[in-house]
Design a protein around this ligand. Sequence first.
Ligand code: HEC
Length: 153
Amino acid sequence: MACENMSHNKLFAAVFIERWAMPLALSLLITVLPGAAYSATARINYLLHCSGCHLPGGQGNPPNVPTLHRELGRMMGVAAMRTYLVRVPGSAYSSLSDEELTDVANWILEEFNAETLPADFVPLSTTEVTRARQQSLSDPLRYRIEHWRDYEQ
Ligand code: HEC
């Protein structure tokens, strides 16, 4: 019988996996998943709602569609530009909920602007995004030039 042929070591290994390793792996997954799910959802929402124009890698198609790399991080140091990301028409009028848009904006900043974000940057809150989104920019370029500067290219 299979059981008789099983060495003590194999039996011990099987019991170890069943009693300890599996529950441990499962509890680790449960601890790790919520964090992973947060950024995975933001990434998927970016791909679904923004990448059609800004491309999956965020490089855009300048000068028609701006890149989302580097400069946005620097802008975060200027109060008037903090919510600019969610006031541009592509963001403000997207079908994303306020919570989802908040996550996408923070994800763009962390994913494409890590090197330029100020060290003391505090992620955007949903409350800020809800309010800012209602003040969408009809002329984003003009606002950009008045409070920051023209595109880098
Ligand atoms: C239909 C194409 C399109 C889609 C979809 C789109 N954008 Fe844009 N985005 C643009 C264009 C074009 C501009 C330049 C400003 C303008 O004309 O609105 C821009 C500007 C921006 C800017 C300002 C960049 C800068 O350096 O000034 C940000 C940030 C931005 N978009 C984020 C987003 C996010 C986030 C989404 C998804 C929720 C999104 N966009 C969806 C076309 C798009």
